[in-house]
Unconditional design. Sequence first.
Length: 312
Amino acid sequence: MHASAAPLDVPREPGAVARELSVPAEDGYELAATVWEQAAASAVGNPLVVVAPGAAIRRQFYRRFAAFLAERGATVLTFDYRAIGGSRRGSLVGSPVRMRDWCILDVPGVIAWAAGTYPGRPIRWVGHSMGGFATGLAHNNPLIARQLNVATLSGYWGRMAAPERYRVLVLMGFVSPPVVWAMGYFPGVLMGGEDMPGPAYLEWRRWCMTPEFLFADETLPERANFAKLTAPLRCIQVADDPWGTEAAVGHMTEHYTASRDRSIWRVAPAEAGVAKIGHFGFFRPDMREKLWPPATDWLLSLSPLFAGRGSG
């Protein structure tokens, strides 16, 4: 299992227990990971859920949602992509890691580990932002039985909401490349995430400057794997997400051509009783009462609550 000794700062949440371990990517790179399970209960036969982070987001960001899933009876895995969070190995200066490596090496490794470690348990996948489209590039995505995407978008700047689209255009198009070339990596403070390896950021930038996003990248043959993902798919589109607009989420969702049961669930802040949600807010603890239960019920196959509440 490639388990490692649990450190002293094992995360804790009421009703769930966590243990730290490492999971091998497809090329053997060890990814820091956490398994969440229901406290004081047997995990044998429980549903298995993987929560895949967005780009440059640590797995700890999802700990409360993971604990909530565990409280509902699931065994939940969260993990850090290579060069991010607990999977970072020293300085990022000179790192060769590309964004595609997170999708075609790390994610397939996590899928294979989950299938091998928990045989017989169908894999449910929660993908936040990049964590959703990463499975479309994974060669073994047929092992996923059900997938919930949260703010998973086609990242072309022109599909973003104004005025944010123009900020992204200026930042990604003109400001960030000299910063990356000068520093040797992309400082996360500029976009609100973790520091990123230079090649990963520049590849992301190139996709975001292209109307067809990664689907126009002729150097990425793994695009063909989108047509292999047959799992039922629900895509949450947050009404006030300036990046994951209806157009951006719709453009990404239409590429999961093999999923015959797919739809978009549009969520407005008023439905959750809050003023704003944005790109990251679905995973805030104040979403626990209104948004997490219907999403979890569908994910764990307990209820078709929001089937058909959007467009396929």
